[in-house]
Write a protein that binds this ligand. Structure first.
Ligand SMILES: [Zn+2]
Length: 101
């Protein structure tokens, strides 16, 4: 009976250690320094790997920066404008030159 207890304890310890070592490499790989990425990180500014890469554009009216996907793009013959809101697009067209008809 004593042997069974030690055998069971051994299995539990083995299982616990195995579970711990299985989880560790996944956590380490995220923060691990990779020399292959050195050139890449040296030329491009640092950004978290989880964050999507997106262009930032400036609102032509209030000069606030926002993601290009959220911006309202207005193309005219000579130039291209981005706006944070429809209101700013209308206000800009009213003050600057007529973009909307
Ligand atoms: Zn704006």
């Amino acid at each position: 009976m004593k042997l069974l207890f030690w055998l069971l304890l051994g299995v539990i310890v083995y299982w616990a250690l195995r579970k711990q070592t299985l989880h560790k490499p996944a956590q380490r790989s995220q923060t691990k320094f990779d020399p292959k990425n050195l050139r890449k990180t040296a030329t491009t500014p640092f950004r978290p790997s989880s964050a999507p890469v997106e262009n930032m554009v400036e609102c032509s009216y209030c000069q606030i920066y926002l993601p290009a996907s959220e911006a309202i793009q207005v193309k005219s013959l000579s130039s291209e404008h981005y706006f944070c809101t429809k209101e700013h697009a209308k206000l800009h067209s009213a003050t600057d030159k007529k973009i909307f008809d």
